[in-house]
Write a protein of this length. Sequence first.
Length: 274
Amino acid sequence: MDDYLTVNRANWDSRAPAHAASPDYGIERFVADPAHLSKVVAFDLPRLGDLTGLRGVHLQCHIGTDTLSLARLGARMSGLDFSSASIAEARTLAERTNTPIDYHIAPVYDAVEVLGAEAYDLVFTGIGALGWLPDIRRWAQVVSGLLKPGGRLFIREGHPMLWTLDETVDPAVPRYSYFEQEEPLVFTAPGTYVQTETELPASTTHEWNHGLAEIITALMDAGLRLTQFVEHNSVPWNAIPGQMTQDPDNDNEWRLTTDPDRLAATYTIQAIKG
């Protein structure tokens, strides 16, 4: 099973420089504008609340744009990712913006060992993270292990309903399992989800879906108390090309062009430890 780490790490190592160079991540805007936030964190603002002085960690932080955004909201941030290339880009961004962020290279399942137990007021996980993990219950135990008593998990993630869809057909139809399976879904694709002409040399990935009940139950069994659960009909990228359009009120978000309420595309969960 550990082979999935080797396969996926190679893929993300090859994505990292392409993502950092892409206009979709907007690295230069972060450097030019000290108030700029990532589109993911900007969407989350009404639910995040005051982060001033909180010690936070962003799990699976990739190139650090969301991590930096949380730091700009007042949190003292750490970031963790298994891709050394991603962390190199994240550290460069933090240096260029003079932002003190503590970055670590490790798989998410090793986070407590690397970062320390009950060390954080906030664990943040952003969109597109959980699908790279084979065991959602093990992830929930990691979250609980990192949080201080009374600490909070915040996650906005792609909805498992969205992850079931085959986006290559019109209309998109369910093709993949809604529920967690032992064996991964194996995909091979030369591209990535941002504007880039780069073809990835490591193009194979191993991925898993996790049903909402599986995620919520795992968190409760790990000692967390659910405080918010919201489903959204939008995502911050064009997840189903040709079948989605940008929200006229928020051009960072995409919805189905026709009857967008047919699809729960993302969700937000907040939960407190203890």
